[in-house]
Design a protein around this ligand. Sequence first.
Ligand SMILES: [Zn+2]
Length: 288
Amino acid sequence: MPTCKKCGTSNLFLLLTNDGLCRPCEITRQISLNSEFQISKVFHVFLPNNYIFYVAVDDENKQFALCTQLMSKPLRINFYNYADLIEFEVSESEPVKSMCNAMMVNVYLNSLDRPHISFYILNSPVQFGSKAYYKAVRMAKQIYAVLRYLQHNAKLLQEQNRMNTLQAGADVFSLPTDQPQEPEADAKEPEKPATKKAPARKHAAKKSTSKKPAAKRTPAANKPAAQSKPDASSNEEEVADKKEAANAESSPKSNMAKNMLKQLSDKISNIAKRKTGKEEASETANKG
Ligand SMILES: [Zn+2]
């Protein structure tokens, strides 16, 4: 009895190559000759009329090899990318007297060489609910699952590529806005505390910006923002003091900043004083 040298399949009508390989094993051998194709998994079913449907998947390079043909004919193997699988369908003929006459698969591919592949899973009448019918249904489900797998991974790949290009675009876009902020912070603060203090400052900045839209554009709305500056800079002052203790000459910039901030905070406290003075004056006026 003819027996395949590789997989050990054995049956009376088995077609073997001169090397003693059955059809699926011969297809696998021929695909493995393609050095750009790494076989991750193979799948095949034997169809009516001595046809074979064979798929090899290359998960690493996102491609697949397809062979659907008469087993007795010279092999014709086509290679596609996952995304080349356009559409596929399993169709059944109209039932006639509780019989199914035909079940077939159509596969549409992005290939001018072979854009449409169709084959029968069932091509002779069988009773609904019979063993033969369920065997055909099982085969159809398996074929459908494999094609669905390819389609799903093509979609994932497409999504991934889209995210990558979006990410690349975001990186390019954020470069000019991020750069002027960060070196400034690094220059003022000593190296080690910078990592701890920087996030805190960012949070403070975020809070103040998130508050802004809520507050109406009145002169009062400007004050919280102005006050938040001395808040943030009090950290800076502490850091600057420490730094000065370490090396006294190194911070003419931070001295300038300190002076400016002092002036600012003086102004703010003056404004506050004036305001409270006015309120007191008005209260006394009301009383009087
Ligand atoms: Zn074999």
